[in-house]
Design a protein around this ligand. Structure first.
Ligand SMILES: Cc1cc2nc3c(=O)[nH]c(=O)nc-3n(C[C@H](O)[C@H](O)[C@H](O)COP(=O)(O)OP(=O)(O)OC[C@H]3O[C@@H](n4cnc5c(N)ncnc54)[C@H](O)[C@@H]3O)c2cc1C
Length: 467
């Protein structure tokens, strides 16, 4: 029997079947996706992960890998996996190796949180080139599996650029290990890169080797209220061209910041002034070995359309400014389970896209509320809609389709940094050609012939994972 076999390998304490306990593993962070797990298993070692996969293979049981369960596209829970599934929690894989300063690398178990690996390398004088608000729960396995973006992509790129090596357990229990740490190692396909962003559909990541980045001695953060979005986009171009120390440019709007303030009981950012809800605010940060405030101020002084600005140079003030940005996801979720989309459109078309988006939502869902924010330097916009009828699946799908098709028509992406998961499955064809989809399907079938790894994510379910 499946459960007995799992208990034999992991012990009863780490094979959870009590619904009161498993429920938190079965529901995603947004509350929009929920499924039922045959069991939640919590291995502690790579060998145990391999044994779990072999057992699930013998029992034709789908497996849904889960890290911190902070993913925003429903990929970490067994929602809609009609065949049933074992949720494979990687959170107990928490070993961290000492920082390898000579190679500029650190290797951590998949279950180590982003905050913990950041703290670990900070103690040795380094940073990690990935950061975002869910750092206390998101795991390094999860950020690799979803190729997370976040707030430092401008300087360091997506997670893929930070992953130097991986250890992965394949569907049949075989272990693929590429942790040589060699920056030059062109022997065949780059396998770690293949698994980054595969969302648990090709293998289970058990260890992640991350590059170290320098810790800047000085940091300046500023929040600017802008006259309109074209002025904000122009400022991004100006900053890119003139401020070498630029590290992050994030976009929020007045209405979103008001929501964060109400949710957290905070004061508004611009003392004595308030702006209409559609006013774009830019949160920008510069870093350097010396104080970059002068560089940033010089650029902003020449910009047009700046309505107001606050600058922070102390850690406390910087954190306060970042909260206006990082508080968005939780503040919007507190309003109600949102329709959550994450698109990218070419920056030059961002303003027209946002105008059209507002028109679309007004026309298709007049009583709904649109919340927009994102990573402007990467032209990445998070589109959240609250106030939709949760039982009106067709209405939600219609709105999703219209928004994603609009992004795709501009040459944009329907899944900028959160990935595809279950949420965007139906619309992958808007962002990938039939030829690309055929390659994706071929890779999936080659590595997971029985279709047991995260069925229903990225690739239509087949084999034993088929409903
Ligand atoms: C408040 C908040 C802010 C966020 N901000 C950002 C942001 O700025 N940028 C961004 O990109 N994302 C952001 N996210 C989304 C999320 O945090 C990331 O996608 C994160 O990388 C997921 O890590 P996790 O450990 O929680 O993975 P999970 O949510 O558990 O899983 C994510 C996906 O990866 C798979 N998976 C997880 N672990 C493994 C593994 N070890 N092996 C194989 N597959 C695995 C799962 O099956 C699932 O498909 C945010 C989320 C929240 C709640």
């Amino acid at each position: 029997m499946l459960i007995t076999d799992l208990v034999d390998v992991l012990g009863a304490a780490h094979v959870l079947t009590d619904p009161d306990i498993t429920v938190s593993y079965e529901t995603d962070w947004t509350g929009a996706f929920q499924g039922r797990a045959a069991a939640v298993v919590r291995p502690e070692t790579t060998e145990q992960v391999a044994a779990v996969l072999r057992i699930c293979g013998r029992h034709s049981m789908p497996v849904v890998p889960q890290g911190g369960n902070t993913g925003l596209v429903g990929g970490s829970v067994p929602a809609g996996v009609a065949a049933g599934a074992v949720v494979l929690s990687l959170r107990r894989l928490t070993s961290i190796e000492p920082v390898d300063a000579a190679a500029g690398l650190v290797t951590a178990g998949a279950g180590v949180t982003l905050a913990d690996v950041q703290a670990h390398v900070r103690a040795a004088g380094y940073g990690i080139g990935v950061d975002f608000a869910a750092r206390d729960s998101a795991t390094v396995g999860g950020i690799a599996a979803s190729n997370a973006g976040g707030e430092r992509v401008l300087r360091h790129g997506m997670t893929r650029g930070q992953v130097a090596g991986l250890e992965v357990v394949l569907a049949d229990g075989a272990v693929v290990r590429r942790l040589s740490g060699l920056p030059k190692d062109n022997v065949g396909y780059d396998l770690p890169s293949l698994f980054v962003g595969s969302e648990g559909t090709l293998g289970i990541i058990t260890r992640v080797q991350l590059r170290l980045v320098g810790l800047p001695a000085a940091r300046t953060t500023a929040l600017l209220a802008m006259a309109d979005l074209p002025a904000a986009v122009d400022l991004v171009a100006l900053l890119r061209a003139t401020v070498a120390s630029l590290d992050a440019v994030e976009l929020v709007f007045g209405g979103g910041v008001d929501l964060v303030c109400a949710h957290q009981g905070r004061l508004a950012p611009f003392p004595g002034r308030s702006f209409p809800p559609d006013t774009p605010y830019l949160l920008m940060e510069c870093v350097g070995s010396t104080d970059p405030t002068g560089d940033l101020a010089a650029a902003v002084e020449t910009a047009t359309g700046v309505l107001d600005a606050v600058v922070a140079t102390t850690a406390t003030d910087r954190e306060r400014l970042w909260t206006y940005r990082e508080g968005h996801t939780a503040a919007v979720n507190a309003v109600g389970v949102p329709l959550k989309l994450d698109v990218a459109v070419p920056l030059a078309r961002m303003s027209a896209f946002v105008d059209d988006l507002r028109g679309l939502v007004r026309a298709m869902a007049p009583s709904a509320r649109l919340h927009l924010w994102g990573h402007l330097a990467e032209a990445n916009l998070h589109v959240n809609v609250t106030g939709l009828d949760r039982d009106d699946a067709r209405g939600r799908e219609g709105l999703t389709e219209a928004i994603l098709a609009r992004a795709a028509a501009d040459g944009g992406s329907i899944g900028a940094e959160h990935g595809v998961g279950r949420a965007k499955m139906a619309w992958v064809g808007l962002s990938r050609s039939p030829a690309e989809l055929a390659v994706i399907a071929a890779m999936k079938h080659a590595l997971d012939p029985a279709g047991l790894l995260n069925p229903g994510v990225l690739v239509p379910p087949y084999g034993h994972g088929k409903p």
